[in-house]
Design a protein around this ligand. Structure first.
Ligand SMILES: Cc1cc2nc3c(=O)[nH]c(=O)nc-3n(C[C@H](O)[C@H](O)[C@H](O)COP(=O)(O)OP(=O)(O)OC[C@H]3O[C@@H](n4cnc5c(N)ncnc54)[C@H](O)[C@@H]3O)c2cc1C
Length: 116
């Protein structure tokens, strides 16, 4: 198989692994006329201000956590990625009718996440 990039470089290989993530369905359809049963889910994550408390920092023992309740599953990481911000993510889709190109990048947290 030979692949030519937009800049004109060419690569030859016996096999090609394609990993377009949430673009999988339109990519396969457009380039290979292959239809796959794939669904894009929109999920979100949010950052919460720790108000300067070091109790939420990994170095002081705050853990990675996950809530496996049946309805609204959430997970989170200590204030590590950004200073004084605890990351909490939803482990369920807010919508399943999106495409990689039509999704909006912003998502308001659901009331359930505040009660969590
Ligand atoms: C909110 C959120 C939080 C997450 N948190 C975690 C976590 O804490 N831990 C964890 O392990 N996973 C997490 N994940 C999941 C993780 O991000 C994905 O599983 C992972 O990124 C999938 O990798 P991928 O390489 O398959 O696809 P992607 O990361 O989506 O990569 C696909 C790439 O293909 C490119 N592409 C697509 N079409 C074309 C084209 N036509 N030409 C050229 N390039 C193209 C795209 O630009 C993209 O760079 C999270 C996901 C989300 C949405």
């Amino acid at each position: 198989m030979k692949v030519v990039t937009e800049s004109g470089r060419s690569f030859v290989a016996r096999k090609l692994v394609i990993t377009p993530g949430s673009w999988l369905k339109p990519f396969l359809q457009k380039h290979f006329h292959i239809s796959v049963n794939a669904e894009v889910w929109k999920v979100g994550y949010w950052y919460y201000d720790t108000c300067g408390s070091n109790a939420y920092e990994a170095q002081f023992g705050f853990p990675v956590f996950i809530d496996h309740s049946p309805l609204n599953m959430y997970y989170g990481t200590p204030a590590l990625e950004y200073p004084n911000l605890l990351k909490v993510g939803a482990h369920y889709p807010s919508s399943t009718d999106v495409t990689a190109d039509s999704r909006s990048l912003f998502l308001s947290p659901s009331p359930a996440i505040h009660s969590f």
